[in-house]
Design a protein around this ligand. Structure first.
Ligand code: SAM
Length: 355
């Protein structure tokens, strides 16, 4: 850790107009936050398997983003790299993401291989569209947990948000995942004017399924950052909306850490006498960078120390050469650039990096 004084990072959007629109967060005082950590361990890798996605969510994938080139790292490369991280840095947790990871044809083989290496916790983030077909195969291959992104249950708004008339398929996919033995969490990014009216229906659904719903603050990413100010909904605004729509009280759950879950979890007591578990992921109103030990890697070998930072190296050459020393040099350098607070906007397209 460096001793550079902490910057005055304004991640709390302070100025909002009557409709709640906010301006982009700004960094004041210094050009970048302090950096510098040494990866004695890299316990948690988020691995984006492809840039390709079967959806086009308005807040995630820019209109000009078409299709996907074959990823630079093939299955053998990925498995070698994960094996190296496991052996050298004690990798315990691997989350497969995308793009949409289920669009990668060799996904079951990748899961099988990385689970076979002894990585304890192999999880995936998915839009859920094809889980009815794939859940059992993936569970048999060694996948244990899925986070399913579902931003609304309203069929019309789902189609408008994602570009796919598929909410029923996603819900069937959740049923299939549970039936296959996968642990499931629900993720929803809350976007002003698109789904903030749907939070209570999502929470009641989560309660009925006995699942945790995690509501995520929108991050200003890549070319879509310019729309962030009018789309962003803070945790406080989400809670107000839920309280208007049927939550009587939020009771914090004890014993939480951002290392085990990025969300701050509550038991929500509902007006019908039921309860639900809801989490808020608050990268913008209250970041949790201090507790972040994640490293992110794209299918093209780019290493990101932070979701909202620039890539800080590329392991493709080193991995193709099966050169552990060269891989370590890239990873050490990238991990060493982890900052105490994330930059105000992220340069990456989320569809490529994986959320
Ligand atoms: N296709 C998979 C899915 O739908 O979950 C994995 C990739 S997707 C990029 C991962 C997560 O990032 C999704 O939950 C998505 O809603 C979220 N996401 C996308 N853009 C975001 C943004 N600007 N801010 C916060 N979360 C975002």
């Amino acid at each position: 850790m460096t001793s550079i004084p902490a910057p005055n990072l304004v991640t709390h959007p302070k100025s909002s107009d009557a409709r709640g629109a906010v301006s982009l967060p700004v960094m004041q005082g210094v050009d970048s936050p302090p950096r510098g950590r040494t990866p004695r361990t890299i316990h948690y890798l988020r691995l984006s398997l492809t840039r390709g996605c079967s959806m086009r969510c308005t807040y995630c994938r820019p209109e000009f983003d078409f299709g996907a080139d074959p990823p630079a790292l093939d299955r053998g490369d990925l498995v070698f790299l994960v094996g190296h991280l496991h052996g050298r840095f004690g990798l315990r947790k691997l989350r497969l993401t995308g793009g949409e990871p289920t669009t990668r044809r060799d996904l079951p083989e990748i899961v099988d291989a990385v689970a076979g290496l002894g990585v304890k916790d192999v999880a995936m983030t998915t839009n859920g569209l094809t889980l009815t077909r794939q859940a059992r195969t993936l569970h048999n291959a060694g996948l244990r947990r899925v986070n399913v992104s579902v931003d609304t249950l309203d069929a019309h708004r789902f189609t408008a948000l994602t570009g796919v008339d598929g909410v029923d398929r996603v819900l069937a996919g959740i049923d299939a995942a549970l039936a296959a033995g996968l642990a499931v969490k629900l993720n929803a990014v809350v976007v002003r004017g698109q789904n903030e009216v749907d939070l209570m229906a999502l929470l009641r659904y989560a309660a009925s399924m006995n699942l945790t719903l995690r509501l995520i603050e929108l991050m200003p990413m890549g070319p879509l950052a310019s729309a962030w100010g009018r789309r962003y909904v803070s945790e406080a605004q989400m809670r107000n909306q839920l309280e208007r729509d049927g939550v009587r009280r939020f009771v914090p759950l004890p014993g939480q850490s951002h290392r085990s879950d990025a969300a701050r979890l509550y038991r929500a007591e509902l007006d019908d006498g039921g309860t639900a578990t809801v989490g808020f992921i608050t990268p913008m109103s209250e970041h949790f960078c201090d507790d972040c030990d994640r490293l992110r890697l794209t299918a093209d070998g780019e290493v990101y120390p932070c979701l909202m930072d620039a890539p800080r190296g590329n392991v493709t050459d080193a991995v193709r050469r099966r050169d552990p020393g060269a891989i370590d040099a890239v990873l050490n350098d990238a991990y060493g650039q982890k900052a105490d607070a994330h930059p105000p906007t992220g340069p990456a397209i989320m569809t490529h990096l994986g959320g």
